[in-house]
Design a protein around this ligand. Structure first.
Ligand SMILES: NC(=O)c1ccc[n+]([C@@H]2O[C@H](COP(=O)([O-])OP(=O)(O)OC[C@H]3O[C@@H](n4cnc5c(N)ncnc54)[C@H](OP(=O)(O)O)[C@@H]3O)[C@@H](O)[C@H]2O)c1
Length: 245
């Protein structure tokens, strides 16, 4: 076991896109970052090297979070490698288009699993090992306000994770704080069939936040010891419209 005196954060789906911005932000604050990835091994290794070259500390762990066992195993492996975990960022997710009229139940359940139940299991495993303090941030979506009929299963999954955020905040207080960030349109979807990000005019502030804006909000919530059960929208005010488009 590699003992370290540093604060340690596990970021799921941390190798690319918003997850990578979160890893960079945490590493810049002298936090040892565990970059979790599923398929993006070369990006995870490149990010690790980038962080180390900048004077930070990072390591990588591969896991497919398809089951409760694999979620528990990820927490256990990260803990074993670092000797502790102080922060967990539930960033990994899937974003697939479907509707009530055409959803396929297996795909809907897979999406709800990865976006909601897997973060819940990870949180429970993390919290059980953190009796003296820790923090979790869940990545939601501004879609938790309003009804998006074109991303039906995805919207359900993020609303479920919002609910898990509140109940876990209550359940695990005072030892572990649980908060969430709800991004607006940050990056175009990777999944086939996704629509491009809406124009900046769709947000009341007339701009769309960057991955770095999301990372700043995650860092803020991880490190504020008086905040739990909070959802911060980082979306240029898009959620205020209620309706999605
Ligand atoms: N992009 C946006 O504009 C936006 C807007 C609102 C909310 N969000 C939320 O913010 C978070 C990050 O967004 P993003 O667009 O950067 O995410 P993303 O690129 O769609 O996915 C993040 C990572 O999730 C991992 N992942 C997918 N399936 C997995 C599985 N079965 N097991 C383990 N890991 C798995 C992938 O890792 P590998 O690459 O290693 O396979 C992927 O890199 C997500 O929770 C998303 O819902 C994003």
């Amino acid at each position: 076991m590699e003992e370290t005196a540093q604060t340690v954060a596990l970021v799921t789906g941390g190798a690319v896109r918003i997850g990578a911005a979160i890893c960079r932000r945490l590493a810049s604050a002298d936090i040892l970052v565990v970059i979790h990835y599923r398929t993006s091994s070369s990006q995870a290794e490149a990010l690790r090297q980038e962080i180390v070259a900048a004077g930070g500390q990072a390591l990588t762990i591969q896991a497919d979070l398809h089951s409760a066992e694999s979620c528990a195993e990820l927490i256990e492996r990260a803990w074993y490698k670092c000797g502790r975990l102080n922060y967990l960022v539930n960033n990994a997710g899937v974003f697939r288009r479907d509707a009530v009229t055409d959803f396929v139940i297996e795909q809907a359940l897979e999406q709800v699993w990865l976006n909601a139940w897997a973060p819940l299991i990870l949180t429970r495993e993390f919290a059980q090992r953190c009796p003296t303090g820790g923090a979790v941030v869940n990545l939601l979506d501004r879609r938790i306000h309003g009804l998006d009929r074109t991303y039906f299963s995805y919207g359900i999954s993020k609303r479920l994770l919002e609910n898990f955020t509140y109940i876990c905040a209550l359940e695990y207080a005072p030892s572990v704080r649980i908060n969430a960030v709800a991004p607006g349109a940050i990056l175009p979807p990777r999944q086939p069939g996704g629509e491009p990000a809406p124009p900046a005019g769709a947000a009341p502030l007339g701009l769309h936040p960057s991955p770095d804006d999301i990372a700043d909000a995650v860092y803020f919530l991880l490190t504020r010891t008086c905040i739990t059960g909070q959802v911060v929208f980082v979306d240029g005010g898009q959620h205020l419209h209620g309706q999605i488009f």
